[in-house]
Design a protein around this ligand. Structure first.
Ligand SMILES: Cc1cc2nc3c(=O)[nH]c(=O)nc-3n(C[C@H](O)[C@H](O)[C@H](O)COP(=O)(O)OP(=O)(O)OC[C@H]3O[C@@H](n4cnc5c(N)ncnc54)[C@H](O)[C@@H]3O)c2cc1C
Length: 431
């Protein structure tokens, strides 16, 4: 009989851990306090990217292996020989669980998508929400004239940054300026709402006219709305363009909010109980966690997954010293327990230099159990997933949501397996 798993944290790592445990038959409760880093992410899912010695792009699994080899504290490295299998199953988990957002990779699975950021930089990602994946530059012909849409008077949608970046990469790109009466403070969210409602066709017609005037054959939108981004891109494409796509988003990210909402919908559909609350403390017995104390109640389970994020989510706090506030787990930077160090000693005053503090987090074994400085599991039935695990820096090594998905899959399955094992041993059916 499957047992009970409690997941703490409602970002991508928490939601995917809960779904992975549910797929293994566990009864799952997820506790979340608020939105975290997931809700500001761009709409793309970075797993790993890199080039070989001749400068040729590496396939994602190979790039992940290189990261694991060169960064032995990276969560990918903890997985050892099971990394390739975990990457492939985590990728499939995202595609299946986020089908409502049309999440997909490149037509040829062995390469990453090649996407353009709102700052005009090129970026590789294993997967992206469907409306963004349409903008995979490698699938657009080299003679495409790419129209980048901006709203007159709104810096939040400055298309010249993107066209400059595209031109620097040898692409033909042109700005498409559209005049819309929008609040300067909330231009993107307002445009998104216009594209969600009955105003969609009128707005797209204005965009199409402006794009045709400058000869665009392909169009990049700053947003495709909250509700039906793929349909918005289809409707624009049908106005005689070869392709229409949404740019990756920057915070406040409409794509990030869409991701958060889609994950939450999947939790409901999959029968996960979602509790809004703040886990204040926990109790343990004989090396096992048995209870969580929320604001106003206690919850017990057979296994637990900690997926509280890092600094944005609140999973790692730094007030003079680093702390993991829920279980009081040791926090590591580059393999060293930094619980007694002043956080300022792990930061460099030059922003562009390496900032070890940014890699702070718990350290895990191959089953994603947080370990102490002797590499021993701190609690037998506690697992961790996502950015609360240290050893990597999503902004620098571009493995953010890839780590969230891979560690969530392993932690969620291990937690579910743990519950059935412990029930088989004790014969317990206590609720
Ligand atoms: C601006 C930005 C852009 C990014 N863009 C990309 C991108 O393009 N591609 C990519 O792959 N990655 C990207 N990332 C990285 C990626 O978003 C994160 O690595 C990932 O979302 C982390 O997910 P998580 O679930 O571990 O943490 P979070 O999403 O931070 O979730 C943590 C959750 O834990 C909850 N929580 C914390 N403490 C408690 C408690 N005590 N009780 C209850 N709940 C609690 C929080 O409320 C929250 O729900 C980006 C990050 C940022 C900041």
């Amino acid at each position: 009989m499957a047992g009970r798993v409690i997941v703490i944290g409602g970002g991508a790592a928490g939601a995917l851990s809960a779904l992975a445990a549910r797929r293994k038959g566990a009864e799952v409760t997820l506790v979340r306090r608020a939105l975290g880093a997931t809700s500001v992410s761009s709409g793309a899912f970075d797993f790993a990217a890199g080039v070989d010695q001749e400068g040729r792009r590496l396939a994602m699994p190979r790039a992940a292996q290189v990261i694991a080899r060169e960064h032995p504290r990276h969560p990918y490295a903890c997985l050892g020989s099971s990394l390739a299998d975990a990457l492939s199953r985590a990728r499939a988990l995202l595609v299946e669980e986020l089908a409502a957002l049309g999440v997909r990779g490149a037509d040829n699975d062995s390469r990453n998508l090649e996407l353009v950021t709102p700052l005009g930089a090129m970026k590789e990602a294993a997967l992206a929400q469907g409306s963004i994946a349409r903008g995979d530059l490698a699938s657009w012909p080299s003679d495409a004239r790419i129209g980048v849409v901006g709203i007159v008077g709104h810096a939040a949608t400055d298309p010249s940054l993107v066209t400059n970046g595209l031109r620097a990469g040898g692409r033909d790109a042109v700005e498409v300026y559209v005049k819309l009466e929008l609040d300067p403070q909330s231009a993107l969210a307002d445009l998104a709402r216009l594209l969600d409602g009955p105003t969609k066709d009128a707005v797209l017609t204005r965009i199409a006219l402006a794009a045709k005037e400058v000869g665009a054959t392909h169009v990049l939108l700053p947003t495709a709305g909250f509700d039906h981004p793929d349909a918005v891109c289809d409707a624009l494409c049908a106005m005689n363009f070869s392709a229409a796509a949404e740019l990756m988003n920057t915070p406040p990210s409409i794509a990030g909010l869409r991701l958060d909402r889609a994950l939450n919908d999947r939790l409901m559909e999959a029968g996960v109980t979602v509790v809004i609350g703040d886990v204040k403390s926990t109790s343990a017995n004989a090396g096992r966690i048995d209870k969580l104390l929320l604001d106003d109640r206690e919850l017990s389970a057979d296994a637990f997954v900690l997926a509280t994020g890092r600094f944005l989510g609140g999973g790692i706090v730094h007030q003079e010293r680093f702390r993991e506030p829920v279980f009081g787990l040791p926090v590591f930077v580059d393999g060293r327990d930094v619980g007694d160090m002043w956080t300022g000693d792990l930061l460099d005053k030059h922003a562009a230099n390496d900032q070890p503090a940014m890699r702070a987090g718990v350290q895990v074994d191959a089953r994603m159990r947080p370990v102490d400085d002797g590499q021993r599991a701190v609690y037998d039935n506690l697992f961790a997933a996502g950015a609360v695990i240290g050893g990597y820096e999503a902004a620098r090594d571009a493995t953010g949501l890839g780590v969230a998905a891979v560690t969530a899959l392993v932690a969620g399955e291990a937690a579910a397996t743990k519950t059935s094992l412990s029930r088989a041993t004790t014969g317990s059916s206590e609720r």
